[in-house]
Design a protein around this ligand. Structure first.
Ligand code: G3I
Length: 367
């Protein structure tokens, strides 16, 4: 570990221990050094992606394709600030196969091409989930027209269709999303009901066959700290590894709320999954608040982002940190949580919030 990095790690550790922000000592030098990388990237040196590159981290965002196509400022910020992108919706089953047997890869292909043009990596989201499934599938299962054997065949075909189509273009796939409920039990979905618990191992084996180079993740929310749900994933992953299932990563979504406070034990949680031989990533980070926003909430929000990012930077194999959208102008939060919002790094006018500064300073410490 080079001298600068040792100092940076010491600062990060002290931050991690106290949670109190230290003076952003290191932010001058690394940003300057980051300039060289940004020069290579042809971008601005003072961006999250330039700093993340220096820290050896993929910094990403979920991308809303309608905003990408209709908002030039949004498009510019996606390209300038991030070296990784995730499709917010267009790689999900309901979007790719709204009509049975007719595959629509258009919007997802557009995102992959955009990423290539901007030197970005692509996280795939998601091959298997209990939500955003096509109506023909859920109705077919509900009516009994689609029985268990056919459902298993349809799932296998879907994994090969999608992971096969993007073969070699995706560095991390969320293969299985939200398969454990908040009580730590396997989530009661059509997959568990019709296929039994073995469906999880099956999708990982199929995804690995379809794209042997992609890192395959299991991904969920409320698993950032130490709790019953994270414990259940720890046991599940241990079993999958023992059964030689090709699982490579643990994804912690990171949908936090200022009003709930933050679990400061994210690093311990990340380290135990890494000790199982997995890499880790924060995959969908946002920190919402009860509206209206105010300064104490905005600064608490900044701390929420920093706690997860510091855990990632202090861990050995935390490879990517993705925010689930980066501007309050386009966010899933207000539509899902009435009276809540302002969850992102930039405000609705793309103005930098304390959270953006905190993420930048934390990245600079690690560079
Ligand atoms: O595509 C249809 C469109 O045809 C229709 O006209 C329109 C009007 O209803 O709906 C569009 O679908 C919407 C879709 O986003 C695409 O915009 C759905 O209604 C809407 O529910 C869906 O919301 C997404 C949500 O997942 C679905 O559960 C959010 O944008 C997306 O941010 C959110 O992301 C999830 C992750 O995948 C998994 N983890 C949690 C995270 C937040 O819920």
């Amino acid at each position: 570990m080079v001298a600068g990095a040792a100092v940076a790690a010491a600062v990060l550790v002290s931050l991690n221990a106290t949670g109190a922000p230290a003076a952003p000592v290191a932010s001058v030098a690394p940003v300057a050094a980051a300039g060289q990388d940004a020069a290579v990237q042809g971008g601005n040196a003072d961006t999250l992606r330039a700093l993340a590159k220096r820290a050896g981290l993929k910094i990403g965002t979920a991308v809303d394709m309608s905003a990408l196509n209709n908002d030039a400022t949004y498009k510019d910020r996606v390209a300038a600030e991030f070296n990784s992108v995730t499709a917010e919706n267009v790689m999900k089953w309901s979007e790719i196969e709204p009509t049975r047997g007719v595959l629509n890869f258009g919007p997802a292909d557009q995102l992959v091409a955009f990423a290539k043009a901007n030197g970005q990596s692509v996280r795939g989201h998601t091959l298997l989930w209990h939500s955003q499934l096509p109506g023909w599938l859920t109705e077919g299962v509900a009516s009994g027209d689609i029985d268990s054997a056919e459902l298993r065949q349809l799932l296998k075909q879907h994994v090969f269709d999608v992971a096969g189509h993007f073969r070699g273009k995706i560095y991390q796939w969320d293969v299985a999303n939200e398969v454990i409920d908040d009580n730590g039990q396997l989530r009661d979905t059509i997959w568990l009901q019709k296929l039994g618990p073995g469906y999880i191992a099956d999708v990982f084996r199929w995804a690995h066959q379809a794209d042997p180079k992609a890192k395959l993740y299991i991904n969920d929310y409320n698993v950032e700290g130490l709790n019953a749900k994270a414990d259940a994933y720890y046991e599940l992953v241990k079993q999958l590894k023992a059964d030689r299932v090709p699982i490579h990563g643990f994804g912690m979504q990171g949908h936090l709320g200022v009003q709930f406070g933050f679990d400061g034990r994210a690093l311990q949680n990340v380290q135990r999954f890494e000790a199982l031989g997995l890499e880790t990533s924060f995959t969908e980070v946002d920190v919402r608040m009860l509206m209206p926003a105010d300064n104490p909430k905005l600064h608490a929000q900044a701390n929420g982002y920093s706690i997860l990012l510091r855990a990632c930077l202090l861990a050995k194999k935390c490879t990517s940190f993705t925010v689930w959208g980066f501007t309050d102008k386009y966010s899933w939060v207000p539509g899902f949580f009435t009276g809540q919002g302002a969850a992102n790094l930039l405000d609705e006018n793309f103005g930098q919030k304390p959270a953006y500064q905190a993420v930048k300073e934390t990245l600079a410490l690690a560079g």
